[in-house]
Structure formats: structure tokens, C-alpha cells
Design a protein around this ligand. Structure first.
Ligand SMILES: Nc1ncnc2c1ncn2[C@@H]1O[C@H](COP(=O)(O)OP(=O)(O)OP(=O)(O)O)[C@@H](O)[C@H]1O
Length: 309
């Protein structure tokens, strides 16, 4: 089920938390929502899930404006809110049963759904405890279980892996990827490797504005511009190698970055690649090319450049 966000705005007093943003998320897509603290991620997620009202703009769920649906759209959405508010006095099983009936799961299916979620979220060992007796990571697992209990078509997860141990992080990321094949998933996170591990697409938001939208690969390409290669060439004189590299017609600059190990960094001219020419040069000169690595701009650098203002 597709989600379309159209010119969405939310202000708190004099502050614009979300500023006229538009984007679509399609079925079978996992969208990672990134941004520094206070950027507007949770506010946007709260509007998508109907947790807070829309001030300006519109949200379409499966093509229908949420303002036309009397709140019916909420049955299609599973939501893990930030801070994961839970009823601490309730036993896990009762809480999940309560969530399932609130979400309209058929009575006959409630027990099997609960069992499934207990398994998927790794809650088996703790399932007879009250929520208030659980550690932080287990409370997060209960939050995830309640978000998925009604098998919604759209999942909105605000920092889903917060507080989880490394084993569970890997399992939950895999689960999100699997769910994302058939469902529409929007997740926010501050963990950049998480985005690469789980998301098809990244949206970076800063001060309420979208500052980047694309796959990790496209964002890298946009930020990177020209090809940059790290080389190690053995069996040749460092000065000679540098001169020959600089003489290649695709090379903009070549520099020595490790004199003793014969390490070089080569930047190519715009829209060209020097890889093949470097390889041919080494063959011609009988030099041994022991390393040729494209240097990618890190997602961290892209994020910092776009959000440091
Ligand atoms: N109920 C509220 N009343 C007043 N201001 C609010 C309210 N909720 C959010 N804000 C403000 O709106 C801005 C966006 O907040 P939001 O929680 O959406 O950010 P976020 O991107 O989720 O941040 P974080 O990564 O820290 O969770 C912040 O400046 C915040 O202080």
C-alpha cells in the first residue's frame, strides 16, 4: 500500500517542525528517515500514523486522503512510536492480546498472532513477565510486536533498534528487510550503518526540510562527483610512477599518500574512469598493481555535509 506525503507542514508556536515536505513511499520499499535531533522525523511519523493532526498538506494512504477516511486508514498502519510507551503493569501476553483486539484482529486468530509475534521478536523467555519488569531491549521488542500484531500493510517505526543487543539488532534488521519486500516500511534511525543494512532509499531531513532523497548509491554518487582511486604499485620508482599517472589523459590529479609502500591517490577527470588506463600502464611498465580501490564517500560525510547548518 503506497503512502504519499503532499506538502506537509506542522508548526509548534513560532517553530516550523515540518516545512512543506513531499515524498512517496511505495509497496515493497523500506524508506530510511534520517536527520539530526529535532529535524522533524518523529513529527512527520506522528502525522502519517494519525497520532497528531495534519496542519497543512495531505497524506494519501493507498491513494485515499487520510482526511476523507474517518480514521479507517489506521488499520493499515503499524506504529512503533519514539520512547515506545507501554502499560507497565500489564503482562506481555495480556498487552499483546489487548493490542490485537484494538487493531481488529479476528478473535479466533489472536492467539496464533501473539505466538507468532512472541517468536519473531524473541520474547519467548520473558513472555510471562509484566512489561514493567522487562529490560529496555525487551520493552522495545514488545513495542515491535504490538506494531506488527495485526499484520499491517504499512509499518512506521521510530528508531526500531534502540536498546536492542547486537544479536537482536541483526534479527530485527533482517525482519524489517523481509517485511519490506511486501509491505511499505518507513523507519527513522540515527544509526547510519542501519540505513545501509535495511533501507532501499534514504530521506534526509534537516530543520523540517528534505535535503536528500535517493538510494545510498545515488546519494554517494551525487556527493562524490569524480572517481577517486587508492593505488599501490610495486616494483617501480615512486617518482616515475607518479609522473606516469599524472600523464594519463583521464587523470586530474595523482598524489603520493604513502612513500614507503608506494601508495597513491588518483582523482579522475569528470565523467571518466582511470581504472583500465592504470591497469594498462602497469602492464606496459611491468609494475605490479597490488591495490586498486575506489574510495567512496561515506554516508556519515554526506549526512554531515547536508545537516551541519
Ligand atoms: N509537542 C511539541 N511541542 C512543541 N514543540 C515540539 C513538539 N513536538 C516536537 N516539537 C519540536 O519540533 C521539532 C521536531 O521534533 P521531532 O521530535 O519531530 O524531531 P526528530 O527529528 O524526531 O528528533 P530526534 O532525532 O531527536 O527524535 C523539535 O524542535 C521539537 O522541539
Amino acid at each position: 500500500m503506497d503512502v504519499q506525503i503532499e506538502k506537509l507542514t506542522k508548526t509548534y508556536g513560532p517553530q516550523t517542525a515540518v516545512n512543506n515536505i513531499s515524498f512517496d513511499v511505495k509497496t515493497g520499499e523500506v524508506l530510511g528517515f534520517l536527520g539530526p535531533n529535532g529535524a522533524g522525523k518523529s513529527t512527520t511519523m506522528k502525522m502519517i500514523t494519525g497520532f497528531i493532526g495534519i496542519e497543512k498538506g495531505d497524506i494519501r494512504i493507498g491513494g485515499k486522503s487520510v482526511t476523507d477516511t474517518n480514521g479507517d486508514f489506521k488499520q493499515h498502519i503499524g506504529y512503533l512510536p519514539e520512547n515506545n510507551p507501554l502499560y507497565l503493569d500489564m503482562p506481555i501476553m495480556d498487552y499483546l492480546e489487548f493490542c490485537a483486539s484494538l487493531q481488529g484482529v479476528e478473535k479466533a486468530k489472536i492467539n496464533s498472532r501473539i505466538r507468532e509475534m512472541i517468536g519473531v521478536c524473541g520474547l519467548d523467555r520473558e513472555k510471562h513477565k509484566k512489561i514493567g519488569e522487562l529490560s529496555k531491549g525487551y520493552r522495545q521488542r514488545v513495542g515491535l510486536a504490538q506494531a506488527m500484531i495485526h499484520d499491517p500493510e504499512i509499518l512506521v517505526l521510530d528508531e526500531p533498534t534502540t536498546g536492542l543487543d547486537p544479536n537482536q539488532i541483526i534479527e530485527i534488521r533482517k525482519l524489517i528487510r523481509d517485511l519490506g519486500k511486501e509491505k511499505t516500511v518507513i523507519l527513522s534511525t540515527h544509526i547510519l550503518p542501519e540505513v545501509e543494512a535495511t533501507c532501499d532509499r534514504i530521506l534526509i531531513i534537516n530543520r523540517g526540510n528534505i535535503v536528500a532523497d535517493g538510494t545510498p548509491e545515488t546519494l554517494r554518487k551525487q556527493a562524490q562527483g569524480n572517481e577517486v582511486l587508492k593505488l599501490q604499485i610495486e616494483d617501480g620508482d615512486t617518482g616515475n610512477i607518479l609522473e606516469s599517472l599524472n600523464a594519463l589523459d583521464t587523470v586530474a590529479t595523482a598524489a603520493i599518500i604513502g612513500q614507503e609502500e608506494n601508495l597513491f591517490e588518483v582523482q579522475s577527470m569528470a565523467d571518466t574512469s582511470s581504472r583500465r588506463k592504470i591497469f594498462d600502464l602497469c602492464v606496459e611498465k611491468k609494475w605490479v598493481l597490488t591495490q586498486l580501490t575506489p574510495l567512496e564517500t561515506k554516508l556519515e560525510d554526506i549526512f554531515r555535509n547536508l545537516t551541519l547548518n
